[in-house]
Design a protein around this ligand. Sequence first.
Ligand code: SAM
Length: 319
Amino acid sequence: MKDRYGRNIDYMRLSVTDRCNLSCDYCSAGKKDTGTNPLSKDQILAIASAASSAGITKFKLTGGEPLMRSDLPEIIKSIKSLPGVVSVTLTTNGVLLSDKCEELKDAGIDLINVSIDTCDKKEYQTLTGSDKLTKVIEGIRACIANGIRVRINTVNRGSKTDVISLVKFADSLDVDLRFIELMPIGKARDMKGSPNLDIMKTLENEFGTGTEDEAKGNGPARYFSFPKLKIRVGFISALGEGFCDECNRLRVTSDGKLKPCLCFGDVIDLNGALKLEAGTREEALVKLIKEAVDSKPERHTFGTPDGITETRGMDYIGG
Ligand code: SAM
C-alpha cells in the first residue's frame, strides 16, 4: 500500500497485551491491570488476515510483554500461514524467553528483538524493578542454540547508557545491537535522551571507523560494521529528519485501535468491524486499514512537544 507521500506501508506492529512483567522508568508501570480489554486471539487473527489482504507482509508482535500471553505461539503460527506474509517477528524484554523459545521456534518465529538497556545487574534492577537480567541472557542463549535470530534493542537514555559495555556485551553474545533514540511518548514525555550521533562518535573512538551496511531491516534502522567488532550496530534515530521518510508502518494497540503515526492521538477503532460476521468483517477491516494508510501524516512533531497529541504510554501502544 502506498500512502499520500509515496511510502510503501507493508509493516504492522500488533500489540497483544498492555500488561508487562517489568516496570522500566520511561515506559511501563509494570504488572498492572489497566482495565482495557486485550484483543482475543481470533480478533488479532482477523486483523492480521485483513492486513495481509491489504498488503501488509511483515508483522511485529509487541506489548506490554507479549510473552505473557500463553496463546502467543498459536498467534504466530496462524499469522505465518496467511498468504503473502514474509515475516513474523517479536519484541520482548526476554524475561520469559528461555521457557518459551522452543514453542516460538516451532511456531516459526523469524526474529526476536530483546530489549536490554543495561548489562549491569544492579542498574537493570533499578531501571526495570526486576533482578531478571541473568534470566534474559539465558533466554538469548537458548534462542541462539535453537537457531532463532536474535537482536538486542537498547533505548538511548543519554548519559545513563553505558555504550561501550553494552556493545562489548552484545559482541560477546554475537548478537547485533541497535540503539533507539528515546521518544517523548508516555512516561518519557519530559525525559531527554541524547542523539544517536553521540553514540556513533563514542563507538568510532573505541572500535574504529564505522562502515554503513547496505542491508536494511524492517524499518528505518541504519547498520554499521566496525573493525574491532564481530557484530553490527544499528541506529534508529527517531528524532532525526530521515526517520519519517522511511516510515513503513501501522500500529494496532492491544485494545484494537489502529494508529497511523506514533506521535499523534488519532486512532481508527477496529472494534466495530471486529463485531461483524466473518463474511463482512474482513472487507470492513481492509477498508479501515486503507483509511489509516491514507491518513498517515508526513512526519512526527517530536521536536515540538506541544504538537505531540498522543497521551497514552508506550506499553499500551507497543513501541
Ligand atoms: N515488552 C516488550 C519489549 O520490552 O520489547 C515490548 C513492548 S516495549 C513498549 C517495545 C520497545 O519500546 C522496547 O524496546 C522499549 O524499550 C521501547 N520503548 C519504550 N518506550 C520508549 C520510548 N519512549 N522511546 C523509545 N523506545 C521506547
